[in-house]
Each structure stands twice: as structure tokens, then as C-alpha cells.
Ligand binder design. Sequence first.
Ligand SMILES: Cc1ncc(COP(=O)(O)O)c(C=O)c1O
Length: 396
Amino acid sequence: MTQDTDSQYGFGTQAIHAGAPIDPHTGAVIEPISLSTTFGQSKPSVPLGVYEYSRSANPNRDNFEIAVATLEKAKYALALGSGSAATALIVQSLPVDSHIVSGADVYGGTHRYFTKVANTHGVTTTFVPDLAQDVKGAIKANTRLVWLETPSNPTLTVTDIARVAEILKEHESTTGIKIPLVVDNTFLSPYVSNPLVHGADVVVHSVTKYINGHSDVVMGVIATNSDSLHERFRFLQNALGSVPSPFDAWLAHRGLKTLHLRARQASTSAQQIAEYLNQHSKVSRVNYPGLKAHRNHEVVVRQHRDALGGGMISFRIKGGAQAASDFTSNTKLFTLAESLGGIESLIEVPAIMTHGGIPQAEREANGVYDDLIRISVGIEDTEDLINDIEQALALA
Ligand SMILES: Cc1ncc(COP(=O)(O)O)c(C=O)c1O
């Protein structure tokens, strides 16, 4: 679906109003959930309205897609059954024997898809530590996609999207081959960053995280300004059929309407928590884009709204895997669980949880040690969160 509202409005106004028409039949301010799988026709192949069959399009999915396209400053957005389905669809759109260049420090499921699924369909991937530096050398004659996650999961490395886009433009002007740049914007949400504005061709989200924001929907979305990529993705959305239910689209749209409030609060608390951790004697390293000492902070200032660091922090605790286990088992407000981006704070140990499937040597080369702890800061009171961390660190 295409974007809607007037760009004169701020993010919050667009989040509330984009894709949110008043129901023309009842006047309902909040859209009804349209559960019908099929829609009537007046003559064969002449639908009564704009819909035919719910896998192809559904009013709730359309409205959600309009809202995401608007907030990502994209012409189009397409919703999928999960973030992983979005990744799969994009890889599926590549010709056989294609090659992908990906950042090394990506979500474990993305790494798994590239190395254990895409390769069985003849698509190979080269992982590089720093795309802005290494992408040029990694491009091959059959490279058809560059995959960038920023900030990366779980070490929160920030990559300069505009720099990578510029290198790919130079490649296009010398070879005539356009290599689309895909950015996984799950960790920041469209409130904190809009990768298309910085030169990306496609943005993907695990909607499961910040966009829905309430840890009760698994869903994904793809946004782009490219007519040709959208046409291809739209065809595959229907052909592969990995679409979200109308109820999930409705819930995620409801969650999206408060994204600006949630994302700002999570970032504000995360900044204070990161500063607290940074001076704590039991912490050996803090990865947080909002810290001035962060390696890529000058990119953060250019790429993130108000230089916000987002709601995700990772840090190394002194005392190894045992201390990581003790600490994460003793927090009271931070629930020990995978996932992120919800209203409630979560904590996890990537080496044995989200990133457990990545071989140890590869994992450690990317900074994912046994003592690394990842936290997703929710929207509880900041002081309560810091107190919770303080008491659990005392027990570790
Ligand atoms: C950065 C990132 N991308 C993609 C995904 C996959 O999304 P989903 O779990 O909705 O399939 C995740 C899931 O944790 C993620 O963290």
C-alpha cells in the first residue's frame, strides 16, 4: 500500500492519522476488524469494492501498510507474517546464483536464513565486519543485495548508511549493475531513523518489536520507494502467502500509533541506564549508540532523530558466563526473555539465547562473548529500572 498523509505533519500526528480513516458506513473512529476472507463480486471478475481475497489484500493490512509507508517516508510498504518472512521474501526475489554481502553482526535468524536456507537455493552470502569499509572488496560479479543491520544485534555497532549507499552508487555507475541496499531498522524503529532518507533502497522491520511494541504480535514489514522492487515484492507477498491476519494487522496498527511516545521514553531511560552501567565497577564495557564515547557516535548524530540512542543496550559483565547468568536471573523488572522493543523491559544473554546458533569463534569475532548481556529498555520508570539493575549487579 502507498503512503498517505501530508508530510507537513510531524511524526506523532502521522502515526495517529495515517491509514486511519473514519469508517464511512458507521462513523467508527477506530477501524473495524475485517475478518472476511473473500469479497463479493457484481459480475465475474468485477469486485463490488476494491477487495477480492484476503491473502491478496485486506482493509486492515492495507491501513497498517499505509501507516508504515508514511512513517518510513516510503512510497510503499508490505506486511508479512513475521520479520523472518520479510527476510525470506527479499531473498526469494533474487535470481538463482545470486550473492549477498551482509554485515557480520546480524540477527541470528537472518544469519541462519542466509547460511542454512538461501544457500540451498543457490544464493550465497559473504559476511563482513564493517560494511562501510568492506563492502567494496566483497562485491562479486553476481552480487545482487547488500544487507545492513544498524545498530547491529547485539553489539550495537552503527553503520553509516549514506556511505554504503554511495559505494553502491559508484559501483552502479561503473558497472551498470544496481545492487539494492536493504536496511533492517528493527532496533530503532521509524521514529528514531528513516534509512530510505539516507540512501537505502529497502527497509525491513520485525514489527514484533518496536512497531507493535506490546509483545503480542509476530509480524514483519518491508518498505521501499522503488516501483520495480515493490512490484516484485507485492507479487511474492501474494504468491508466497506469508501474510499477517487482519487481527494482527489491526493490533500492530494500534501499537504503531504510540510509537513516538514509547520510542522516546525507551531511549531516554536507556541513555541514563547506559551512563549508569558505564561507571559501574562490575561492568567492563557498554555498547550504546547514545554514549558520546560510542565508536560511531558521529554517525548517530547524523542518522538518528535528535541523536537518540534507541532502547537497546548491551554490556559485558565482569565474572564471565556465571556472572551473566547470576545477574540476568536476579533482575525483578527486566524479564529474562528473548525479543525486544516492547513496553516491558527484557534482558538476555545472546551467546546462549538469541545468538546461540552462531559458532563460538564467529560469534566472538563479532564481540558476542559469554559475558555479554543485552537489555531491551521498556517504558517503566527510569529510576525503578536503574534500581533493579543495581540490586542484581550486587548479587552477581
Ligand atoms: C533485528 C531483527 N531482525 C529480524 C528479526 C526477525 O523477526 P521475527 O521474529 O518477527 O521473525 C528479529 C527478531 O528478533 C530481529 O531482532
